[in-house]
Design a protein around this ligand. Structure first.
Ligand code: ASP
Length: 413
């Protein structure tokens, strides 16, 4: 019997995962079948994420270095670099505007009483994260001994070193051609391993989704239903309308074509809630299904996975307004502008791991004097909201690489 394509298997895995998760939820946590099922899905889901993480660092290192080195001329690197950053900042800015507009219009949190959440807040101690300190920490984290960065799996520091190495290889030209050839083969080898890991993706994704859905706290979700609806609605709006529209305007590509090529990566991001863990899959989709040149994708996608987070930026801004509403504080235009900028910085600084956005959100709240402890209210539902925002984060990286490729090719012809 011929199996359906991997793409279809992943979609089926996701659907089964959601279905079984709902079934387990209805049976209740005490049920034996549920307990065994959750144990098994925990095992398989973690194995899948571990395998992706195993290959992540060698892949990022090789793909950025080779990507930069293959851009060859200095001029081309400059174009890709500037266009990429401009794209990242603009798409995150649009995401935050969507969040602010939706939150101001629907006012989630207004009328809910903060006292209801007092217990959660009392047991939670927020780490101080003032903006200047956050910035200093971010800068400090960029430059690390490359061996430390590689061994600790510090994606941002690996990206920085790989960028510098790639530029050095371009400058050195012929002299360093052996190192470049070695890294090029390294990239091919890692991509091979990714394709093996992907065979486990349908099962891994199914397992992650079963666990995610079966353990959701339905009571908490219904108390915060309006906020959840605003977040899901505006994140979907950004992912289904804004990003595809940007893609269409710049490249003429249809949303369906994009969805078909990007599906593996979007579903993996949804199930893992980690842009970093999804990165190997994203690179594979971008180069193999969406046909972005490896030298462009190899640069834009790994950089995007660490700093381009539309979904997170949107969430941080919307959550700040929600908490202000809860506390009965009306944020002025000037304060909303501060939220706009800090949400962008906080999203850029959040690593691509589950719930990272919650940690950097403390900074956004503190910037306008909101109680940082209030994120304790959001923590119980974060795993659920993180699914969609991570998928949109990853979507932004893939759309970005297509747009950058188009713009850079137009300039160089
Ligand atoms: N989980 C997100 C990501 O990996 C980051 C966040 O928590 O917003 O992209």
């Amino acid at each position: 019997m011929k199996l359906p394509s991997l793409n279809v298997q992943i979609l089926l895995g996701a659907m089964f995962g959601v279905g079984l998760g709902l079934y387990f939820h209805s049976l209740g946590a005490e049920n034996h079948i549920v307990q065994t099922g959750l144990y098994m899905s925990g095992l398989v889901g973690t194995l899948f994420i571990d395998l992706l993480k195993m290959i992540l660092i060698p892949l990022v290192f090789c793909s950025i270095t080779v990507g930069i080195a293959n851009l060859r001329q200095h001029q081309q690197i400059h174009h890709v670099w500037v266009t990429t950053l401009l794209f990242f900042v603009s798409s995150m800015a649009i995401a935050i505007v969507v969040a602010l507009a939706a939150s101001n219009y629907f006012k989630p949190g207004a009328g809910l009483h903060l006292a209801m959440f007092q217990d959660a807040m009392q047991n939670f101690e927020a780490k101080q994260l003032p903006l200047p300190e956050f910035f200093a920490q971010f800068l400090h984290g960029l430059f690390l001994n490359p061996f430390t960065a590689l061994s600790q799996g510090n994606v941002l520091a690996v990206v920085t070193f790989a960028l510098i190495l790639g530029i050095t290889l371009v400058m050195g030209g012929e002299r360093f051609k052996n190192i470049l050839a070695l890294l090029q083969e390294g990239l091919e080898v890692t991509m091979h391993i990714v394709s093996w890991v992907m065979r486990l993706a349908p099962l891994g994704i199914m397992a992650l989704l079963i666990k995610l859905i079966a353990v959701q706290d339905a009571a908490m979700l219904s108390t915060l239903a309006k906020f959840v609806a605003v977040i899901i609605g505006s994140t979907l709006f950004h992912g289904v309308v804004i990003l595809p529209l940007i893609l269409y305007l710049f490249t003429g590509r249809s949303p369906l074509w994009f969805w078909r090529g990007a599906r593996e990566s979007l579903i993996t991001a949804f199930a893992t809630s980690s842009s970093s863990a999804t990165l190997p899959v994203t690179l594979r989709c971008t180069t193999q299904h969406l046909h972005v040149k490896p030298e462009i994708a190899g640069f834009v996608v790994p950089l995007g996975a660490t700093i381009n987070m539309d979904g997170t930026a949107l969430y941080e801004a919307a959550a700040a307004i929600f908490i202000a509403n809860l506390a009965g504080i009306e944020l002025s235009m000037a304060q909303q502008l501060i939220v706009f900028f800090t949400a962008m910085i906080a999203a850029m600084g959040a690593p691509g791991i589950p719930s990272a956005g919650m940690v950097t959100m403390v900074m956004v709240l503190q910037s306008v004097g909101l109680p940082a402890e209030a994120i304790a209210i959001l923590l119980p539902i974060d795993r659920l909201l993180d699914t969609l925002r991570t998928a949109v984060n990853v979507e932004g990286d893939m759309v970005g690489s297509l747009v950058v490729q188009k713009l850079v090719m137009q300039k160089s012809t």
